[in-house]
Design a protein around this ligand. Structure first.
Ligand code: MG
Length: 388
């Protein structure tokens, strides 16, 4: 079996509600003039659900699908696939997934080969190769990885978009009524504001576990103060408290609070995770499979397991391919207590699949069938590409 074609598809779906809701000034983000920042967070966001899908075709008629998490600038990832990685794959047997991962990594050594858009492009292709290998073998990706520990993957509800704490608390109560057992607050709004949101949600949904995502905004003293308050409240975890490059700060924070420090969405490979995990700078590892690929996600999970740490895969605006890949890996990871349930992007994620994934506030069902266990609705994908 040989790879005959690698095709990228850039999708930018207009969203009724932007990912993470309105801006702090109460206005809705606009698709035009493009990207924006949500203070106090510092990263660029899009008003649309943007991504890049990749289709890898073979000479015996099989197709594998991959996706890179590309919330802004999916064209950059597509260009890396189209011009650098894709041509190198042509003529090769897709079932040599690990050697091909190593080969694609090596192509851009000394040029940022393991991080950023380069790694995202590699992740998309790696997912497509695992999908193809599964389809060729008649096995799911979870089976290829050694088998599923579970077919039901517990979820936690990520983000409670609302203008007020009352609105966020009402939303948490509504999710709890639908079976949610845990929620994560999109926080980082200041210690007092974050705690006020936390307490409002805890009061409205008694018994629900609450995690806090600070979106990398705090200094170490601020994170320590907030972390101690979260300890008293028995928070589920404290995500992204400090700047993402501050390994030492996270290590110190993690050593001084009992709430697990959760980090990982900004990292893409085993080497980065090795530094954080071996220094105990994180208590929950959160790789995003659409940034690491499946090969690297498994390597990271093995590393975490060797340090007795859980892995809770990150998910944000990835569509159905990214979601299915993360579910396959979550199922095949021994210590994986839950996976991130993104309620706002979900309808956009499902749109590209012929059969929607079983996903809700309480969790997910592992899709069955070979490869990723999904079928892509080609016509819809092509229509969405045209509309983008
Ligand atoms: Mg986060």
């Amino acid at each position: 079996m040989r790879i005959t074609e690698v095709t990228t598809h850039i999708l930018k779906q207009s969203a009724e509600t932007a990912y993470l809701g309105k801006l702090p000034d109460g206005t809705a983000p606009r698709a035009d003039p493009g990207y924006f920042v949500r203070p106090p967070w510092r990263s660029l966001y899009s008003a649309r659900m943007e991504t890049v899908l990749v289709r890898v075709s073979t000479d015996d008629g099989l197709e594998g699908w991959g996706e890179a998490l590309a919330p802004v600038g999916p064209e950059v990832v597509a260009a890396i696939i189209d011009r650098l990685l894709g041509p190198w794959l042509l003529g090769r047997d897709p079932r040599a997934v690990r050697p091909l991962w190593d080969g694609m990594r090596d192509l851009m050594r000394e040029r940022g080969h393991l991080v950023g858009h380069q790694a995202d492009a590699l992740a998309a292709l790696d997912i497509a190769l695992w999908d193809l290998t599964g389809k060729a073998a008649g096995l799911s990706v979870a089976e290829l990885l050694g088998g599923a520990y579970r077919t039901r993957i517990p979820g936690y509800v990520s983000g409670l978009p609302g203008d007020t704490d009352q609105a966020r608390a009402d939303l948490a109560a509504a999710f709890a009524a639908q079976g949610a057992t845990a929620v994560k607050l999109a926080a980082g709004n200041g210690i007092d504001a974050d705690l006020a949101t936390y307490d409002a949600v805890a009061a409205a949904a008694p018994g629900i576990r609450i995690a806090v995502d600070a979106h990398w905004v705090y200094s170490l003293p601020q994170a320590l103060e907030l972390g101690r308050e979260l300890d008293h409240r028995r928070a589920l975890f404290f995500e992204a408290p400090l700047a993402p490059e501050d390994t030492e700060g996270h290590r110190e924070l993690a050593s001084r609070i009992t709430t697990p420090v959760a980090v990982g969405e900004a990292m893409r490979n085993r080497y980065e995770f090795r530094d954080w995990i071996s220094r105990r700078a994180l208590g929950v590892a959160q790789p995003d499979v659409a940034r690491t690929g499946i090969t690297e996600a498994v390597a990271i999970a093995t590393l975490a397991d060797a340090h007795h740490l859980p892995v809770a895969y990150h998910h944000s605006v990835g569509l159905g391919v990214a979601l299915a890949a993360a579910l396959q890996v979550s199922a095949a990871t021994a210590n994986c207590p839950f996976f991130e349930f993104q309620h706002t992007p979900l309808p956009y994620a499902q749109r590209i699949l012929t059969t929607p994934l079983a996903a809700g506030p309480a969790g997910f069902t592992l899709p069955q069938g070979p490869g990723l266990g999904i079928e892509i609705d080609h016509e819809t994908v092509l229509r969405l590409v045209k509309e983008s």
